[in-house]
Each structure stands twice: as structure tokens, then as C-alpha cells.
Design a protein around this ligand. Structure first.
Ligand code: SER
Length: 282
């Protein structure tokens, strides 16, 4: 079984092999950006490259970013402690293209990494595609759809609206349509009874999103309008804790080697059984 350290390293090695520079995680407290207090996504530190304010030193980068989602637009606080896969602080694996490759390559490589390197069975994977939004004047994502159709059967592709398939960093800033990858971790018997596509984005504890591929094409302005950016970019984010749980065959992120050592040590120090405390809470 791969450890969480192996899984993290395999991600970085894979994107290095595709020409990406591996860069460090940014600090969790955001400096020089009044629109954001804490880093809530891997892309925050690259905001100026997306907006065209600064040239990117590399066209392709990848990293693993410490993120905190406790306030603002991306706030997971209400979910933490009531399910098995949200955290206030977590690690996000990401790869980026600054005006370089776009939807086809991003989707192709996410598929290759998940199914060839990590060996996740293809029939457990589902992809979501942006259905478009008339009010925003954005059409459905035909390129992402065509790419997914070349990789997955139709019943494994789910259309999503602006809430699930249009990613924005905050009230203002870089944004664009996205295509998520979900994994169905239910036992075969259950999968036969209820098709996985009906459970995507429905808060099912065993059918969870693991990776978001965002195609940054716009800047959301203060007046709410969307301004097309001079170049198009890729911003992806995969939750390390969720990926590890899938690859280690667990039903909860807390049962992976990311948490079990800390939980065991806490039990030793406090003399309390944390596992049953967590189970009771969940
Ligand atoms: N910015 C996107 C997210 O946080 C993809 O990295 O989901």
C-alpha cells in the first residue's frame, strides 16, 4: 500500500515528467492581497500571473499547498466534524499552466495519473462538466465534454451548474469553468443497485470529489462583471487527504496514515480513546 508520502511524491514526480517546475507551498497567511486572509487554494500565490500583472517565471508548475478554509467564499467549517472528508486545514496537490497547455492536456494528465500511476479503477471515476450559464453569458464547456467523452462512457459524465462547476477565488479575481473528478468508493453490491452518477455532488460519504480542474479564463471585477483574461490558464487542485483515503481503501480520511499516528499519540498522552470519540461525533 502506498503511504501518504509516496502518494504526494508520485504526484510531484508525474508533473515533473510533464515539464512542470516543482515550487514550494506558499505561507498559509496571505500577504499583499487584501481580498483574502488565509490561503484557500493552491492558485492564490499565482494570482498575478493569471491576471497578467506579472510574467510567470515558469509556464508549468506543480506543488502541494497547505490550505485553510475557515472564512470567506470557501468556508468548510460547517462540514468539519460532521462528515469524513472535509477539513479546516488540508493539503492541496496542484498543477498549473500559465498561458501554456489548456483543457485537453489537463484532463488527459489527470486521467493518466489517476488510472495509470495510482491505478484507480476507471469504472469508479466520474467527471463533471460546466453546463454553461445564460446570465453570465458563458456557454457549456464543449472542449472539456469532448475530452471526457474520449475517456469515459456518457453515464460517467455529469453536467453541473455555476455553483459546482465555475470556480472563483473570492468575491473578485481570477475564475473560470471547472471539471471535477469524483470517485465512487462504495462496495460493488451497492454500486450495482444505485448508479454512481446519480450520487455525484449529492453529499454521499463514499462518492466524493477528489480533483478539480479549473480553466481560468476570466477576472471577476468589483462590479460583478466578468472580464476575459488576455491568456487562458489551468489551475488544478486535488485534496491529498481524500486521495490517500481512496488509495488506502479507507472509508474516512481520519483512518489514513495522515491522521492515525497523531490520533494514536494523542490517545497515549490523554489516555482517551479518540477513534471512538471521532466515530461518535460522525
Ligand atoms: N482552485 C481550485 C480549487 O481550489 C482548483 O485548484 O478547487
Amino acid at each position: 500500500m502506498m503511504t501518504s508520502a509516496d502518494i504526494r511524491q508520485a504526484f510531484l514526480d508525474f508533473f515533473r515528467s510533464k515539464g512542470h517546475e516543482i515550487v514550494p507551498s506558499a505561507p498559509i497567511v496571505v500577504k499583499n492581497d487584501p481580498t483574502l486572509m488565509f490561503t484557500n487554494a493552491g492558485m492564490n500565490q499565482f494570482k498575478d500571473y493569471f491576471l497578467g500583472n506579472k510574467p510567470a517565471p515558469f509556464k508549468r508548475v506543480a506543488d502541494t499547498q497547505k490550505c485553510l478554509r475557515v472564512s470567506g467564499k470557501h468556508n468548510d467549517l460547517e462540514e468539519v466534524g460532521v462528515d469524513t472528508y472535509h477539513h479546516t486545514m488540508f493539503e492541496m496537490l496542484g498543477n498549473w499552466s500559465f498561458g501554456d497547455y489548456f483543457k485537453d492536456e489537463a484532463i488527459e494528465w489527470s486521467w493518466e495519473l489517476l488510472t495509470v500511476v495510482y491505478n484507480i479503477p476507471k469504472d469508479r471515476l466520474y467527471a463533471t462538466v460546466f453546463e454553461g450559464d445564460v446570465k453570465e453569458g458563458i456557454p457549456a464547456s464543449s472542449i472539456a465534454l469532448a475530452k471526457w467523452k474520449s475517456l469515459l462512457p456518457d453515464e460517467h459524465i455529469v453536467f453541473g451548474n455555476k455553483k459546482d462547476n465555475f470556480w472563483e477565488m473570492g468575491e473578485t479575481g481570477p475564475c473560470g469553468p471547472c471539471s471535477e473528478i469524483h470517485v465512487d468508493c462504495r462496495p460493488d453490491e451497492e454500486r450495482k443497485k444505485i448508479p454512481g452518477h446519480t450520487l455525484v455532488n449529492k453529499d454521499h460519504p463514499q462518492v466524493i470529489e477528489i480533483w478539480n480542474n479549473v480553466f481560468i479564463q476570466f477576472n471577476r471585477k468589483k462590479d460583478g462583471s466578468l472580464e476575459p483574461l488576455p491568456a487562458t490558464h489551468v489551475d488544478t487542485g486535488m485534496g491529498l487527504e481524500r486521495l490517500v483515503r481512496v488509495l488506502q481503501g479507507k472509508t474516512s480520511n481520519y483512518d489514513t496514515d495522515i491522521f492515525t499516528g497523531t490520533i494514536a499519540e494523542t490517545e497515549k498522552i490523554t489516555g482517551k480513546n479518540m477513534t471512538s470519540a471521532i466515530a461518535r461525533q460522525l
